[in-house]
Design a protein around this ligand. Structure first.
Ligand code: WTA
Length: 647
């Protein structure tokens, strides 16, 4: 490897063709901050087709957590993602599907996308779905997941996509919380050569969801499944009976578009609610500028539709821009770890967007698998989900990108709807490991724990001053929780939950979550959710879960478990508990380590001191900090003596 630089200046060559260059960034950013409503009104006109203009660009009150953008404006998101492109792009590819097996691929044109979405929208209507109803989508990564999302958007139904890796329990909780009465799923998913029993999981989840009257099932593998005649509908059998025309519903900008559940530091996952107008504008605009998307390019984001990245940057943003977006069913390591580069070569991918955890995993397997595929089509690389360590950044830049692609590290959250901080290609220098600078209209600030706003070079907590159109509007069914989670800590600011520093050049570096949220292979998990799963076991009295740095996954899951008195801690119990968590939450949440402990370190008021547990899990024993407030300091010695030394 060549010398590792800590800053890669924007090259003059790069600025010639990108949508934004350094001067334009400055000028547009300035305007977006000084006259936000003027700025956003212009963008909304440029990016989105409206049936009716809005009455007010924005109305934001962080004291009550009431946020609206483009209120009174009417539009339809599916129209913006499909219909308006048909005049010039009916035959252009909207979706390239690349199946789990490298021989399995096909293309979907904008016209075909239109017809498929309309048919499914009509099917939903005949099952009684109308504007405002919630529809759960539990699907593998096949084009139909996109059809399902857009069909809901077309008729004004609110989708709630549940990641295909989630368990029965998670489906059930989400269906009930949003009162979904229709579920769209597939018989099975296929990933890395393995089958995932999606329909069976749905069947099991719905035993406790009596209000679900329809399950629409796409056949992916043709496996035999249980069938309830009244409830279940076979997509392939019926879909061609429906008209490929369905008038899009006129939606208010502030009507809900979707709910997406995400983990927080306490309680059960929150239903993050996004609305039509602001969200689609923000997804489209960030997609165009952050990935510097140019007409005709092939764009590939490897995320799953079950996460916000899949929503904003596989489907909504790219399709709103009339792009060609690649939908990949498989995993980066199947049939071998060269799969991503093989797919890039085969489909001549220009823009590739993935997570640091995937980069680290592939980096460890050597350069040969990368180099044997032609990557000359790739022009821009992106990362999302967690901070990228400089070593992985350099490998991505030099080996994958052959030192000639821009890398955009993109910081954002389910709650933010789209990217808030990044190094805009052609406009902002790249610093490996730094997220970069704010996107247009975004005003980050760093505050101390106590809430003092820190200027200049600073380290503290990341908050946002003011709103942007893609911001979530509420926690579904619990507006108080929305306020409490994001606006109660620092009055007048949106609190991100992340720690960050700002360097002398104004670049933001994300230092990780400061709350009890873990980031495991880019999947967001609340420690409280894992703890709740563990204590379901009859032998478990109490559990505390912390994260520790993991070379590939970013963070691993380390659990401290106190057993009921008289219970022995055998190896089989470790396995049982790991399986229990996987069952309750999904396989990606399976704990790496379980340490049985006679007691947990608690303050005299009974609060578990996680700081200490984190240090022990990280094997950082010198730095345990103040233990004088512990009710029983002797538990710490036992925890240290019996810690699991790893890595
Ligand atoms: C983390 C994913 C550093 C962060 C889009 C955030 C990142 C959480 C980055 C949101 C990045 C995401 N650099 N950290 N580029 N991107 N994060 O809701 O802690 O699944 O708060 O959204 O991921 O995760 P979520």
């Amino acid at each position: 490897m060549k010398e590792l630089l800590s800053r890669y200046p924007v090259s003059p060559q790069a600025t010639q063709n990108t949508h934004i260059n350094a001067d334009k960034y400055q000028q547009m950013y300035q305007q977006s901050i000084e006259q936000p409503d003027v700025f956003w009104a212009e963008q909304a006109e440029q990016f989105i087709d409206w049936y009716k203009p809005w009455k007010q660009v924005s109305e934001v009150n962080y004291q009550t957590a009431d946020i609206s953008w483009f209120k009174g404006g009417q539009l339809n998101v599916s129209y913006n993602c499909i219909d308006r492109h048909l005049a010039s792009k009916a035959n252009q590819t909207a979706i390239i599907f690349e199946g789990d097996e490298p021989t399995d691929d096909f293309r979907v044109s904008y016209q075909e996308l239109h017809d498929n979405v309309c048919r499914l929208a009509n099917l939903l209507k005949t099952r009684g779905v109308s504007k405002g109803d919630r529809v759960c989508i539990y699907m593998p990564m096949i084009p139909e997941v996109g059809y399902a999302m857009l069909a809901c958007a077309r008729i004004g139904a609110v989708h709630s996509v549940v990641f295909g890796g989630f368990s029965t329990e998670s489906i059930k909780a989400r269906v009930l919380d949003a009162d979904c009465q229709v579920v769209i799923t597939a018989d099975e998913g296929v990933r890395g050569g393995k089958k995932i029993p999606l329909k069976a999981n749905v069947d099991a989840a719905l035993v406790d969801c009596p209000d679900v009257h329809s399950v629409i099932m796409v056949e992916r593998t043709g496996v035999e499944v249980n069938w309830q005649d009244q409830r279940d509908v076979n997509y392939q059998e019926v879909i061609n009976h429906y008209e490929p025309m369905c008038e899009p519903e006129m939606m208010d900008a502030e009507d809900p578009l979707f709910i997406l559940y995400t983990s927080g530091s306490t309680g059960k996952p929150k239903g993050v609610l996004h609305t039509c107008g602001g969200y689609i504008l923000y997804a489209a605009m960030t997609h165009k500028y952050v990935f510097d998307y140019q007409e005709g390019e092939i764009y590939w984001c490897t995320a799953d539709a079950g996460w916000i990245t899949g929503h904003s940057y596989i489907f909504y943003g790219p399709l709103a821009n009339g792009a060609t977006t690649l939908v990949f069913e498989g995993v980066p390591t199947y049939p071998d770890a060269g799969r991503c580069w093989q797919v890039c070569e085969k489909h001549q991918v220009n823009i590739f967007y993935t997570a640091p955890t995937a980069i680290r995993a592939l980096m460890g397997l050597g350069d040969e698998l990368v180099e044997k595929h032609d990557r000359s089509s790739i022009r821009l690389l992106g990362t999302v989900g967690e901070p990228i360590n400089p070593e992985a950044w350099h490998w991505y830049y030099e080996v994958v990108g052959q030192s000639c692609c821009s890398i955009v590290d993109t910081w954002w959250q389910t709650e933010t709807g789209g990217i808030l901080i990044t190094s805009l290609p052609g406009a902002v220098d790249m610093k490996p490991g730094a997220a970069g600078k704010p996107f247009f209209g975004v005003k980050p600030a760093i505050v101390s724990k106590e809430g003092d706003v820190l200027e200049g070079e600073a380290r503290g907590r990341l908050v946002m001053t003011g709103s942007w159109p893609g911001q979530m509007r509420t926690v579904y069914g619990d507006h108080q929780r929305f306020f409490d989670t994001y606006f109660s800590q620092y009055t007048g600011y949106y609190f991100t939950g992340d720690g960050a520093k700002r360097d002398a050049d104004g670049f933001y570096w994300i230092t990780g979550r400061i709350d009890d949220v873990l980031n495991v292979s880019g999947h967001r998990l609340g420690t409280a959710e894992i703890e709740s799963a563990l204590v379901l076991h009859p032998k478990v009295a109490e559990a505390a879960v912390v994260g520790y740095p993991h070379e590939i996954k970013g963070q691993g899951i380390y659990c401290y478990v106190t057993l009921m008195s008289g219970v022995d801690c055998q190896q089989s119990l470790t396995e049982e508990l790991q399986a229990l968590v996987a069952d309750e939450l999904g396989r990606f949440a399976k704990p790496d380590y379980i340490q049985f402990a006679p007691g947990l370190p608690k303050t005299r008021s009974g609060k578990i001191m996680r700081r200490i547990l984190r240090k022990i899990a990280e094997n950082e024993l010198e730095n345990l900090g103040d233990t004088s407030t512990l009710a029983d300091p002797s538990v710490v010695k036992d925890l240290i003596d019996n810690r699991i030394v790893h890595g």
